[in-house]
Design a protein around this ligand. Structure first.
Ligand code: SAH
Length: 464
């Protein structure tokens, strides 16, 4: 992030604009929404600027700008539609130490102006560091259509009421009150009776929420999917928004944790197959203790919580403590991995069952029904299989699996650093080492990427 987004206080501050044409007009349309004092220097101003000056919305000075004009300015826009004049005035601003936006000159600008969705006092600023204005515009259009028009008045009235709502305990209770106001009660009252009815409506709502008992704590076991935040379910997203505390696995990506509320407490309960781990008993105690305090706990697990996630142990702990719980499924690594290579886990005529197996369990390398797995056409998605690859290979070959059975390793499924490594049972341990697979990896036994399969089919056809 080369540009850090901030919201600058400009109330009664001077903002100076040099230029009176298209570039200046574009910036002025935004700046006129602020409470800043605007001064425009233009020899030949556009008629809109003249009108704004007549209306007292800005001060228009009909000459070129000098350094003295910048004294005390908070921001400066070089917007002359003329590179030489922009260079001259930007130079003056630099000497005067005034932060400058040189229109259409990213390198020479100290700040850039984002695309803005305006529901004052709610403002959304969208920036692409100047790389993709088209993208910023489409995000803006999307948000414009999604954010209710009444958001501004709702937020304004909420601000005047904030102190009174402090009588509700911070956390879940107070949030429930505000959620109801912003999401249901507020928009309804605004539509029916307008802005003036909002404050009495808040009074009623507060009285009702005041009488309620303290909220009960709850643990939601939520599947975070394989890493791409777009592979979260809507329920998972909502649970993340509502959580007071999030206890997550090491495999959960930062992009997904970003979805949590700023105030949520985020705790990493590291659990990796090898290396340092948080003992399961500590994780159980942690989620139970927070929920017992009346908080909403999300126990966020990579993939699907019901697949190699030690879910039952944590549910048992909740039940023993009388804590309510729910499970929100997620996309397990196997589903995401086969999707990436264009294959199915099951296929008519090839395999009528697919196994999800683990490379190791509490006892060490995990034993499986090798004889069945070794049969041609069988498919298994092997979790936590990197370290046990040689063991798996040995067992499968010993039980008659063909050495050229396709095996595909998918590392960091759905993440930007995803890699697909095509191998065979014969080459699996070697290929894993050679590729230096260091991220989480799923081994798909019995499957090759679709592209590789069709290439082989084509070759077969040619040979025949
Ligand atoms: N509950 C998880 C699995 C946890 S066990 C799920 O449903 O996906 C951890 C193992 O899952 C890892 O060792 C790896 O084999 C696999 N895994 C999890 N996330 C992965 C990812 N993004 N890419 C590849 N494999 C992954």
């Amino acid at each position: 992030m080369n540009h850090f987004p901030i919201f600058l206080s400009v109330e009664d501050k001077a903002i100076v604009i040099s230029g009176g044409g298209e570039a200046a007009l574009a910036k002025l349309r935004l700046l006129l929404k602020t409470t800043a004092r605007l001064t425009v220097f233009a020899v030949q101003p556009a008629s809109e600027i003249e009108d704004w000056a007549t209306d007292g919305r800005l001060e228009l000075v009909r000459r070129v700008m000098t350094r003295a004009d910048l004294s005390g300015a908070a921001l400066f826009y070089a917007a002359n539609d003329d590179a030489r004049e922009d260079a001259r005035v930007a130079g003056l601003a630099k000497d005067e130490g005034v932060p400058t936006n040189w229109v259409d000159n990213l390198e020479q600008s100290q700040f850039i102006t984002p695309a803005i969705v305006d529901r004052d006092p709610v403002t959304v600023a969208i920036g692409t560091e100047g790389t993709a204005p088209v993208l910023a515009r489409s995000i803006k259009a999307d948000l414009e259509s999604r954010l209710p028009r009444a958001l501004g008045p709702l937020a304004r009235i909420a601000a005047t009421f904030r102190r009174r709502a402090m009588t509700l305990p911070a956390g879940q209770k107070r949030r429930a009150f505000w959620s109801e106001y912003f999401e249901t009660a507020g928009p309804r009252v605004y539509d029916e009776a307008g802005e003036d009815a909002l404050e009495p409506a808040l009074d009623d709502l507060l009285a009702r929420h005041d009488q309620d008992d303290r909220a009960d704590g709850h643990v939601a076991f939520v599947g975070a999917g394989p890493g791409d935040p777009e592979l979260l379910t809507l329920k998972a997203r909502r649970a993340l928004h509502e959580a007071d505390v999030i206890v997550h696995d090491r495999l959960v990506t930062p992009e997904i944790l970003e979805i949590a509320r700023r105030e949520a407490r985020i705790i990493e309960a590291g659990k990796t197959g090898f290396g340092p781990s948080t003992p399961q008993s500590e994780i159980n105690a942690l989620i139970v203790a927070h929920a017992a305090d009346g908080l909403r706990v999300v126990r966020l697990k990579s993939g699907d919580p019901t697949v190699f996630g030690r879910l039952d142990e944590e549910i048992d702990a909740c039940e023993a403590a009388g804590i309510g719980h729910s499970v929100i499924p997620g996309i397990t690594a196997a589903s995401a991995a086969v999707a990436q290579i264009g294959q199915s886990l099951t296929r008519r005529g090839r395999n009528s069952a697919a196994r999800l197996i683990t490379g190791h369990d509490i006892a060490g390398y995990a034993d499986h029904d090798w004889r069945t797995l070794a049969r041609p056409g069988e498919v298994a998605a092997i979790y936590m299989g990197k370290k046990s690859a040689r063991f798996l290979q040995g067992r499968l070959l010993m039980h008659g699996a063909l050495a050229d059975t396709p095996v595909t390793i998918v590392e960091n499924v759905s993440r930007p650093d995803q890699r697909v490594i095509g191998a065979t049972l014969a080459t699996l341990p070697h290929d894993l080492d050679a590729a230096e697979v260091s991220g989480p990896a799923l081994i798909l036994f019995g499957l090759a990427p679709r592209s590789a399969v069709s290439a082989i089919d084509t070759l077969k056809e040619i040979v025949q």
